[in-house]
Every structure is written in C-alpha cells, then in structure tokens.
Design a protein around this ligand. Structure first.
Ligand code: ASP
Length: 336
C-alpha cells in the first residue's frame, strides 16, 4: 500500500513538473570531410574551436536577448563568412579558373519563405543576399551577375573578388589541378581523400524563444569546380530546410548527392510523415540513404523542442551547439 502511494505521488510530481526543455538553441557546422587529428596542428585546432565557440556564444546571447531565428542565422553566418578558416565568404575555395564563386541559402520555418544566391563573386556576405532574395523579391534563387546586381540594388556590401582569396585555398586548387593532370582525369572536380582538403561549408540552424525555426548555409562549393557548377548549399530542400512543425537543417558534403536525395527535406519529411524524432531521421538519412548511395558529408539540425542532432559519415565535421540551459557551448571536430 505504502509503495503504491509513493508511486502515485511520484507520478503526480512528474506530471506537474515536466522536465524543463530548452526555450531556444543554436547548432552550427563548419564543414565535414577528411578532418583527421594527425593532419592538424594544435594551434590550428585551437583556432577552429575558438571560432566555433565564439559563434555559438554570439548566437546564444542573441537568442537570450529575444532576437529572432532568422537574424541569429544571418549574423552567425556573417562571423563564419568573415573567417578565412571556412569555405564561405573570405577563405572560399577556388574554381578551376581561379575564382571564388559563392552560394548561400536561408529558410524561414514559420512562413516557408526561402531565398538563395548562386555563383556570386562580389557580395561580401552571400547569406544576406539570400535573405534579400527571400524578403525583397518574389523569387527564391538568383544567380551570378543578376544576383550581384540585385544585392547591390538592395544596399548590400560589395567587394572586389580578391577579398575572398586566401593562399591556403590557392594551394589546394594547385594540388587538385596537379593531381588531375597526373591522373589524366580531365573533368573530375573532386579532390582525393589524400589531400588535406576539407569541404568547409558553414551552416546554422536555430530555434528562437518564440518557437520559430530557421536555417542557413553558405559556401564556396568544391575546389576545382568548373562550368558554373552549383552544389546543394543554395538548393532549398537539399542543403537547407526549415519548418516550424518539424526542424531546421543545414547540410555539408558532396553536394550532388545532397541534391539527388533531397537530404534536408528528407529529414523533415521523415519527421512529418513517419513521426520520427529529429535524431532518428537525421541518422537514417546520413548513415543509410547517403551512405548507401556513396555520398559523404554531414547535417546539423534542431527541432521545435530544442533537440539537436549533428550527424556525419566523414572522418570529422566542425560542429557545435548551445541551448538555453546548457552550461557552455559544446564544440566537436573529429568523430567522437
Ligand atoms: N555541399 C557543398 C557543395 O557541394 C560543399 C560542402 O559542403 O563542403 O557545394
């Protein structure tokens, strides 16, 4: 009898005091790929950890201050685009012709509005151009000169294309071209695993205090790309997706696969139609669908309850999250 009473008491206690769940949260990535500890210096690793931590703290503070999901996505991606560590904005990879052609997209989970730009070379913050397309045009995606003209018309900061160039990425292009000519493998734009090549795209997914979700992705694409190749990052449903009913997702990896398998949307769809949790859906898509197809990369996501996921089938992924109630930001690089 006593036991029963105790059980009833415990149950009613649980009922009236549900576990607190995070009111807001941010999850980010800085690209997935052959990121191995043996190829990394301590100094370099510290730089990555520091930058990821800085971005998470900034996003967390903005969210605590009541800022909206879309603003947090945009501002946090600015920090990553400004950092030469990542393949987005300054520090983007080079095309075969030695240019930096940038792609970005953003999606609002509340309205299902979305914007994207592809192949821009003079917009300092491609993520803001994507947002301008979403908010200031009737379109979803603008490309190349047209996108640049639109960005300038909307008052965005424009720069000389040389602003994006870094020596490190120039060297990666040279290595990729040398290898290509050795192999007589004309037309292959994908670097081999032996290179210290890392994809390095950036992405941010956010749940704000108002229960709204948003996601954004920004990239220079893949080293040695040509023929105005565009990957998944600016493709809504492939590299980026957000829906307040389910989750906000940003992807990184071998873009062609992410487009073919509509990776970001597929995670949303599994949650919406099969009732899967975010983690289960993301694991299935990355470790089964993508893996079986031979696609490499990773995804980050957050759901409307503040659950986060960070899945990748590569050696590593620069990543992290920070939610309301977490004692500190959590940052990771290698498979742990
Ligand atoms: N997904 C990007 C692309 O294919 C590259 C990356 O994420 O590293 O353009």
């Amino acid at each position: 009898m006593k036991k029963l009473l105790f059980l009833l008491l415990a149950l009613s206690f649980l009922h009236v005091t549900p576990l607190p769940r995070p009111q807001f949260g941010i999850v980010i990535h800085g690209g997935a790929g052959t990121i191995l500890k043996k190829n990394m210096t301590e100094e370099r690793e510290a730089k990555y950890r520091e930058k990821l931590g800085e971005v998470l703290k900034k996003g967390h503070q903005m969210l605590a201050d009541g800022e909206k999901a879309l603003d947090v996505v945009e501002q946090c991606i600015w920090l990553l685009e400004d950092s030469p560590l990542f393949n987005a904005g300054r520090g983007a990879v080079f095309t075969h012709e030695g240019r930096n052609e940038l792609d970005a997209s953003i999606m609002d989970g509340t309205t299902q509005m979305a914007g994207a730009v592809a192949g821009v070379t003079t917009v300092k913050h491609p993520i803001s151009a994507a947002r301008a397309v979403m908010e200031q045009s009737p379109h979803v995606m603008l490309a190349r000169e047209g996108a640049e003209e639109f960005a300038e018309l909307n008052g965005l900061e424009m720069v000389d294309p040389a602003y994006f160039a870094t020596d490190r990425r120039k060297k990666s292009l040279k290595r990729a071209i040398d290898r290509e000519s050795k192999q007589g493998d004309e037309g292959s734009v994908f670097p081999s695993e032996e290179d210290d090549y890392k994809f390095g795209t950036v992405g941010v997914a956010v749940l704000d205090q108002y229960g709204h979700l948003a996601a954004g992705t920004s990239t220079g694409g893949m080293t040695n790309k040509r023929w105005a190749r565009i990957g998944d990052s600016p493709v809504i449903g492939a590299g980026t997706y957000a829906n307040d009913a389910t989750c906000a997702i940003s992807c990184t990896g071998h873009g062609e696969y992410f487009i073919r398998y509509a990776v970001a949307h597929d995670i949303h769809a599994r949650m919406a139609y099969k009732g899967e949790s975010l983690d289960k859906a993301a694991k299935a898509v990355v470790h089964q669908t993508l893996q079986d197809a031979g696609g490499t990369g990773g995804v980050i996501g957050i759901d409307r309850k503040g659950n986060v996921t960070m899945q990748f089938n590569t050696a590593g992924m620069y990543r992290g999250y920070y939610r309301d109630g977490d004692v500190a930001p959590v940052v990771g690089i290698y498979g742990e």
